[in-house]
Design a protein around this ligand. Structure first.
Ligand SMILES: C[S@@+](CC[C@H](N)C(=O)[O-])C[C@H]1O[C@@H](n2cnc3c(N)ncnc32)[C@H](O)[C@@H]1O
Length: 210
């Protein structure tokens, strides 16, 4: 299990695992990037369809999509994430939910209308990232949406050989041929779950042609 997780306040070093991270993030609001993505979809008059969330963690965004009427395939390799989401998605919400406990690079990707991935894509190793993204682009339906962030090469964690870090041109290439609605670069010192770090991150919202 990885020992470094982003986005949040500092907790003790001994608590650095995904379960501790989920406890730490439980009850949070949907991420600002997710909210921007939903606002873009709403502005475009998008109706609920099939969504995929990669690395759903505590499940906040998947639950929000389910509440909005989307069918969601929620993919995360950590069993504790699945258990937590199953518990939270009770009653009607569970009807549209399919949970896949697997690394995204090994999971089937059915055709989708929306893919959301917050603070998760960079945990896909660099040697399989390009092939994974090819499958994402192949499964993206006409008029479908990509809402994701990915770490940049100036990030504090960029020396981790198991993670993927992109420069701006590489991040832009992920959405080549799409209508890019948001492309923001964060490049600043800040805090993380495990302490201060430099954040280099690309926030992206993009839409496929119809
Ligand atoms: C930093 S957490 C982000 C969780 C949530 N999206 C959020 O914003 O709080 C990263 C998540 O990615 C998952 N993850 C790690 N490697 C992954 C992979 N190869 N494919 C998909 N998810 C992965 C972890 O289990 C974890 O739940």
């Amino acid at each position: 299990m990885r020992s470094r997780q982003p986005a949040g306040d500092v907790v003790t070093e001994t608590e650095t695992n995904w379960s501790a991270y989920y406890r730490h993030t439980a009850g949070r609001e949907p991420r600002p990037l997710f909210q921007r993505g939903i606002a873009a979809l709403d502005a475009a008059g998008a109706t609920p369809g099939d969504a995929i969330e990669i690395g759903f963690g505590d499940g906040t965004e998947t639950l929000e999509l389910l509440a909005r009427g989307w069918h969601v395939t929620a993919i995360d390799p950590t069993p504790e994430a699945a258990a937590g989401l199953r518990e939270k998605a009770s009653g009607n919400l569970s009807e549209g939910l399919s949970i896949v406990t697997a690394a995204a690079q090994g999971a089937d990707l059915s055709p989708f209308d929306l893919l959301y991935a917050g603070y998760a894509l960079s945990f896909i190793p660099p040697e399989v990232f390009a092939a994974f993204w090819e499958r994402v682009r192949a499964a993206l339906g006409p008029g479908g949406w990509l809402v994701f962030n990915v770490f940049g090469v100036k990030d504090t964690w960029a020396s981790d050989p198991l993670m993927t870090f992109l420069d701006r041109a590489q991040a832009e290439a992920l959405v080549a041929g799409l209508e890019v609605v948001v492309f923001d670069e964060q490049d600043e010192d800040g805090n993380s779950f495990v302490g201060p770090k430099h954040w280099h991150l690309f926030d992206v919202v993009a839409r496929a042609p119809r």
